[in-house]
Design a protein around this ligand. Structure first.
Ligand code: COA
Length: 331
């Protein structure tokens, strides 16, 4: 049976480091609160000139190099990001232009923190069914420029950050190796628990001076509700992947979860009885970069030689939508 394998991963984070102490100068918060409630110590925020496309391109170049491939080899592009460089079209087309791949399809996915795994699931199906030989999946996020950096916005401003990660999936004629299973879910009943309402085309004109005073232009998150749901959905969707493949949690060599909050990762570790040493956790230095956290985590794991031949790696996410997803990959 034809499978798809992760041939290369890469990442890029902006050079600008924003420490908790920097946020204290903007809003009523503290280094202690942020560390204790989220685990975050610092994060990267974009500098002038960075875009979803530019960060995604840098991550892609690293992934291509590690996969021993050239840009011209890419057959499908899937760009996953909450926002886009422009309202229309999605950043996938801009990335495709930078890669000089006219004619190659570019899909944009806006499924929040689960975006990358939605993209991977779609790419995997295209490869398994023989439509494409490979696919590039990019998670790129530029959230810092949309945050309310006053005390009113502190519930989200201290969490979200910028960065990009990329993975290249390639056809593999070995059913034992590669993406063994993927699972994607959503529950739109909770869409408004984590959302940005404005600017919405429901208003005419969509942009007005009055809009600038509406609370809806800033991200809204019902933190506690999101937290509780994440605690249920992470273990649930990981178990779904294990049941689908017949593996047990003890078989997992490495878990790369979406980086939402260190307390969520620790609770998942406890619920699954999986030691933190087997779980990627880099929220301390990058914050929550939504769709980019999983490919950034994978790329760092690659650098640390944790994706060795034969390693069974589980990927899992939960985020806006609500959406949640998992994948099990044999390297
Ligand atoms: N600094 C200082 N105090 C803050 C703060 C900040 N940055 N943000 C909120 N607070 C305050 C609140 O105003 C509240 O004060 P009050 O008790 O006087 O009203 C208090 O801290 C507790 O706020 P609460 O929202 O209940 O805190 P929490 O323990 O739930 O932690 C989150 C907040 C956001 C860290 C937590 O809910 C969370 O991580 N949720 C999930 C986030 C997530 O996963 N999001 C992305 C989806 S992928």
């Amino acid at each position: 049976m034809r499978n798809s394998t992760i041939a290369g991963v890469g990442h890029y984070v902006p050079e600008r480091v924003v420490k908790n102490a920097d946020l204290v100068t903007m809003m009523d918060t503290s280094d202690q609160w942020i560390r204790e409630r989220t685990g975050i110590e610092e994060r990267r925020w974009v500098d002038a000139g960075d875009t979803h496309t530019s960060m995604g391109l840098k991550a892609t170049k690293m992934a291509l190099e590690r996969a021993n491939m050239e840009a011209k080899d890419i057959q499908l592009i899937i760009m996953c990001s909450v926002l886009s460089d422009h309202i229309v079209p999605g950043s996938g087309c801009f990335l495709q232009a930078e890669l000089e791949l006219p004619g190659v399809p570019a899909i944009d996915i806006r499924n929040g923190c689960s975006g990358f795994l939605y993209g991977m699931s779609i790419a995997d199906k295209f490869i398994k069914t023989g439509v494409y030989e490979n696919a590039l999946i990019v998670g790129a996020e530029m959230l810092s420029t949309s945050l309310d950096l006053t005390t009113e916005g502190r519930g989200t401003a201290v969490i979200f950050a910028d960065g990009a990660g990329a993975a290249i999936l390639k056809a593999e004629e070995n059913p034992e190796k590669g993406v063994l299973t993927t699972h994607i879910h959503a529950d739109g009943r909770h869409a408004k628990r984590l959302w940005v309402e404005e600017p919405s085309p429901a208003h005419s004109p969509r942009i007005s001076e009055e809009l600038l005073n509406r609370e809806g232009i800033w991200p809204y998150m019902d933190g506690k509700f999101v937290f509780k749901n994440a605690l249920v959905r992470f273990p649930e969707v990981i178990n779904t992947a294990l049941e689908a493949t017949g593996y047990s949690k003890e078989d997992i060599d490495l878990l790369v979860p979406h980086q939402a909050n260190l307390r969520i990762t620790e609770a998942v570790s406890k619920r699954l009885g999986m030691p933190m040493e087997k779980i990627i956790s880099n929220i301390q230095k990058y914050g929550n970069t939504t769709a980019a956290t999983i490919p950034i985590g994978l790329s760092e794991a690659w650098e640390e030689d944790r994706l060795n031949d034969g390693a069974l790696v589980c990927l899992a996410s939960f985020g806006a939508g609500f959406t949640w997803a998992s994948a099990l990959v044999r390297f």
